[in-house]
Design a protein around this ligand. Structure first.
Ligand SMILES: NC(=O)c1ccc[n+]([C@@H]2O[C@H](COP(=O)([O-])OP(=O)(O)OC[C@H]3O[C@@H](n4cnc5c(N)ncnc54)[C@H](OP(=O)(O)O)[C@@H]3O)[C@@H](O)[C@H]2O)c1
Length: 238
């Protein structure tokens, strides 16, 4: 039975990943700031012990290290960094009017980096032995097409964009560095998905986004390390 560790598992795409991997018979280590989140508890209760919940704020490096220690000896086939934030401003309600030039909140910007950039990096550093010991040897971080330089034609969204561009750079370097462990690391864009973050106008349902990403992850080969892929397998420009 393969094992997946998912951050941000309490709602949105993270919770949908938990639902789908659990339904597929995987062992799921579901990490959330609130492991008592209703949807998560319900799935775990029906899972006959295959889904376990773990309290984890990815901005808290000591907590990441503690969880890695607790799970020492557990092989993790897929490490899935889903936890992410837009910061205090909301794309769902303000669209591209969020995080406009001249209105920067630098403390909030720094917190966005702590979650979106340092979070996946610290998770990979702490859980390297668990992933290296697995058969799957895969690390995926959900970044975003808004982190793409080539696709940025309308500006704005400074904190979120720069954090996702930085997360892309992190995953690219990681893909090179971890090849010697046989690990495939890459960033992935989930599509514009209908979650609290994506908002109600988003065209992609979470079930479709996650099913697509799971298909892409299942088909990954060593040469896919460091590619920037969308949920349907399309390659995105940096
Ligand atoms: N939806 C989209 O259209 C879209 C597009 C591109 C990329 N993405 C990326 O996909 C990922 C999932 O997004 P989503 O749409 O599911 O967003 P969401 O509905 O807003 O959910 C965000 C998730 O991240 C968690 N999170 C935030 N800060 C955290 C922290 N410090 N520690 C641990 N967990 C934390 C949240 O947990 P709490 O419940 O505790 O807040 C929640 O589970 C994010 O990385 C996002 O940037 C989404």
């Amino acid at each position: 039975m393969p094992t997946v560790l998912i951050t941000g598992a309490g709602r949105g795409l993270g919770l949908e990943f938990v639902r789908q991997y659990a339904a597929d018979g995987w062992r799921v280590l579901a990490c959330a700031r609130d492991p008592g989140a209703a949807g998560l508890v319900e799935i775990a209760a029906k899972s006959e012990g295959r889904v376990t919940t773990h309290a984890l704020d990815v901005g808290d490096h000591a907590a990441i290290e503690a969880l890695a220690g607790e799970l020492d000896g557990t092989a993790i086939d897929v490490l899935l960094n889903v936890a992410g934030t837009m910061g205090a401003d909301s794309f769902a309600s303000r669209g591209m009017g969020a995080q406009r030039f001249g209105r920067s909140d630098y403390d909030d910007w720094l917190q966005t980096f702590r979650v979106n950039v340092f979070g996946p990096m610290k998770m990979a550093e702490a859980f390297l032995p668990h992933v290296a010991a697995s058969a799957g040897k895969t690390i995926v971080t959900l970044t975003s097409v808004v982190g793409s330089m080539a696709s940025n034609l309308i500006g704005g969204l400074y904190a979120y964009r720069s954090s996702k561009a930085a997360a892309n750079a992190v995953m690219k370097s990681m893909s090179v560095d971890l090849k010697r462990h046989g690990i495939i690391a890459l960033p992935m864009h989930p599509g514009w998905a209908k979650t609290d973050m994506g908002g109600p106008k988003a065209p992609v349902e979470p079930v479709e986004s996650v099913a697509g990403m799971r298909r892409v992850i299942a088909a990954l080969a060593p040469e896919d390390a460091g590619r920037f892929l969308q949920y349907d397998g399309t390659e995105l420009p940096w």
